[in-house]
Ligand binder design. Structure first.
Ligand SMILES: [Zn+2]
Length: 400
């Protein structure tokens, strides 16, 4: 740690001394599946309490309205939990953004609810790595920064409640908070258990195509019918045929249909599309537009398209490269060797990068098997990563 100034040394020591494990255990004991609004509300209150030690303006912000398409093609409101939003020193010269998510992929009905020590120093449990551990790391680093006194740094914190279901209710809050920030740190777990960070990420969009045809008797006058199910099937195939190495298309479900003696007049096709880059996203949009136009014309059906690329692709820009350089140097000065690699997953880092703000989105803990009942946290990584964040933040403030 020879390369550290006295303030840096103190911040690192304070960050790694925070009681992070106890926080992770308390937070992971409460179910906060993305659709468990009551559990999310409890979790939000616990987090608000923990973060209130920061000299902040704090609010719990309601989710933006979101609609989903039900199996009969109707748009229905989809509720999301409230999002924790903090502002600290909004007039300080250096403005940063810190984000995390309080939701997990495990709803109250999921069998994985309990924490258990898998071995010495390895804690299994729902959300311990993704990302209650990461939130503890973020808070520890921010507390340390406040203790050493860093009046030149101002920041916003957003901890949303719907990241695991695409951040549809919190995307507007995230992009508002990203405005004017020098850099952002997001506390997803490291991409690999050895601590490797995530670099480039593809984009992702979910689409619902509601197809209205015309029903008719299957025997008496089938020629008067316009078969929505067949149109949905052809649309699925046309979209899938547009797939390539930089564009993944997954037709996932068709709702609708009718009794066997009726030409079906309704089908809803659900598709996930993942473009590697912004150009590929443009290509995907043209593919959607042309496939929809072609199928609508040839089957004489109407097609309503619902959805968008809620996670824009996150390429590695020179600004992100430079931010990674700061994190890697901080790691090197702490005796941690930090690498990064592209990943297939998406997260709020996609949305922040799309606002033009450089972001490193895997500043959270080391662990693994996330989104599975084997999810685990490597406990010693709490200290490591809190130290890494504290040092990175101080160096960002210097304009490193
Ligand atoms: Zn996550």
């Amino acid at each position: 740690m020879g390369a550290l100034s006295n303030i840096e040394r103190e911040a690192v020591a304070r960050a790694s001394a925070e009681p992070m494990l106890a926080q992770v255990e308390a937070w992971a004991a409460v179910n906060s599946g993305s659709r468990n609004l009551a559990g999310l509300e409890t979790t939000a209150a616990m987090l608000a309490d923990a973060f209130s030690v920061l000299p902040c303006e704090m609010s719990l912000e309601a989710a933006a309205p979101v609609e989903s398409v039900d199996p009969s093609g109707r748009k229905i409101p989809l509720e999301h939990g409230r999002n924790l939003h903090l502002t600290v020193r909004p007039n300080a010269p250096v403005q940063l953004l810190f984000t995390g998510h309080m939701d997990t992929v495990y709803g109250p009905d999921h069998p994985f609810q309990e924490m258990a020590w898998l071995e010495d120093g390895v804690l299994g449990g729902p959300g311990v790595a993704d990302m209650k551990g990461g939130i503890a790391v973020m808070l520890a680093a921010l507390k340390a920064i406040e203790t050493v006194g860093a009046q030149q740094i101002g920041y916003e914190v957003v901890i949303n409640s719907d990241e695991e279901v695409g951040s549809l209710g919190s995307a507007a809050l995230l992009s508002k908070a990203a405005r004017g920030k020098r850099a952002a740190l997001t506390y997803e777990p490291a991409a690999l258990p050895d601590g490797t960070l995530a670099g480039a990420r593809p984009g992702s969009g979910n689409f619902d195509f509601t197809i209205h045809g015309r029903s008719a008797h299957a025997g008496r006058n089938p020629e008067d019918g316009r078969n929505a199910l067949v149109a949905a099937a052809e649309l699925a195939i046309r979209l899938k045929d547009g797939m390539g190495p930089r564009l993944s298309v997954n037709p996932a479900r068709i709702d609708g249909g009718s009794p066997n003696n009726v030409v079906p007049d309704l089908a809803v096709l659900r598709v996930n599309i993942r473009p590697a880059t912004v150009e590929d996203q443009g290509r995907a949009q043209s593919l959607i537009d042309s496939a929809v136009a072609m199928v609508a014309a040839s089957h004489e059906v109407s097609i309503d398209v619902h959805g968008h690329f809620a996670r824009p692709p996150k390429p590695v820009t020179p600004e992100i490269q430079a931010l990674f350089g700061v994190v890697r140097q901080a790691g090197a000065d702490l005796g941690q060797s930090i690498d990064w690699k592209p990943t297939g997953g998406v997260c709020d880092g996609n949305n922040i990068a799309a606002c033009g703000v450089p972001v490193i989105d895997t500043m959270g803990v080391r662990g693994g098997k996330i989104h599975s009942p084997e999810e685990y946290l490597i406990v010693e990584s709490l200290n490591e990563r809190a130290a890494l964040s504290a040092l990175t933040i101080l160096r960002l403030a210097e304009g490193a």
